[in-house]
Design a protein around this ligand. Structure first.
Ligand SMILES: *Cc1c(COP(=O)(O)O)cnc(C)c1O
Length: 315
């Protein structure tokens, strides 16, 4: 499924991403198109490529040899950084939340992949992980690992948002709604900054809590956006059979794979809102496929352990 070679796309200012209109009959003459950012790369996919691009260039400009970042057990960000670092000639260190995971690398496809990409995994307790922004914690890491370029958790910083401002292009001006999954809020912030005044940006958080509005407000000036908190399915990484069925059915209908942590919940939410007449007639909706498909493997391990139906997508 590799469409772009990272080596080639990284220095480019623009890459062209497929916009695919869904051939599904929606009520009220509503049209839905999905921007296939997942096709940028199988691992450094979607928004993770966008968020890393200028950070990798900056790390090179600063002559850094090592990238250090943070993430949870099934983090798309950890997978993306490990691969991008190896591909771009950096050493990489992943500070992983949960010291019990040290013994479970073999049963965790994400951590296994990161390790195979040469990422050095440093497991810390959940309590220590909470301190990761503190200067004293970063100092300690510097003593331990030497000099590094720090990529924040989820990759969100000013340079990441600059990269996400390149997701929307001129041809997307025909859409009046733009919908995207939200984790830390970096991706949607870039989208909001580059959205046009006649467009409304809707964010679908993959986690519980009302704090994301305030996070996003730090990075954006425009007011034409809204966060919809009704489709987190119980919280970050939580799924149920309704969501898994939806992802499998959507794939059967469209051949478009969705991930269970982010894009599955967002697309479920948009289709549910269409059915509830949230959108005016003739709305032209653009969904941003932010990638994250590597998360399917880890989710299926968890689902199998609980003897629940799995995601039957071959990515
Ligand atoms: C990380 C991720 C997000 C969340 O992006 P933020 O910038 O943290 O809001 C959304 N979708 C996918 C597939 C992701 O991997």
């Amino acid at each position: 499924m590799v469409i772009f070679n990272l080596q080639e796309v990284l220095p480019l200012q623009k890459i062209i991403v497929l916009n695919q209109e869904l051939k599904i009959q929606f009520p009220n003459a509503i049209a839905v198109t999905i921007k296939r950012e997942d096709l940028i790369h199988p691992v450094v996919s979607g928004n993770k490529f966008r968020k890393l691009k200028y950070n990798l260039l900056q790390a090179k400009a600063e002559n850094k040899k090592t990238l250090l970042t943070f993430g949870g057990a099934f983090s798309n960000h950890i997978a993306a950084v490990s691969y991008a670092a190896q591909n771009q000639g950096f050493r990489s260190i992943g500070v992983i939340r949960g010291d019990e995971l040290r013994e479970k690398i073999e049963s965790n496809p994400t951590l296994q992949f990161a390790q195979e990409c040469g990422m050095q995994l440093e497991f810390v307790s959940r309590e220590d992980y909470r301190l990761k922004q503190e200067p004293s914690f970063v100092d300690k890491l510097q003593q331990q690992f030497g000099d590094f370029y720090l990529v924040p958790e989820g990759g969100t910083n000013e340079l990441a948002i600059k990269g996400c401002q390149e997701i929307l292009t001129q041809e997307d001006s025909v859409f009046n709604y733009i919908c995207c999954a939200v984790g830390t809020g970096g991706t949607i912030s870039g989208i909001i900054n580059s959205a046009l005044p006649h467009q409304k940006v809707l964010g679908f958080p993959a986690l519980k809590g009302d704090f994301l509005q305030d996070e996003i407000r730090i990075f954006v000036q425009n007011e034409n956006w809204e966060v919809i908190n009704d489709y987190h399915f119980g919280g970050y990484g939580k799924v149920n059979e309704v969501l898994i069925d939806f992802i499998n059915q959507f794939y059967a209908d469209t051949k478009i794979p969705l991930d269970p942590v982010y894009t599955g919940k967002m697309v479920f939410g948009v289709i549910d809102l269409i059915q509830k007449n949230y959108f005016p007639a003739h709305s032209n909706i653009l969904l941003i496929h932010t990638g994250g498909l590597q998360g399917i493997y880890g989710m299926n391990v968890k689902l199998k352990n609980k003897q629940l139906p799995i995601i039957t997508i071959d990515v």
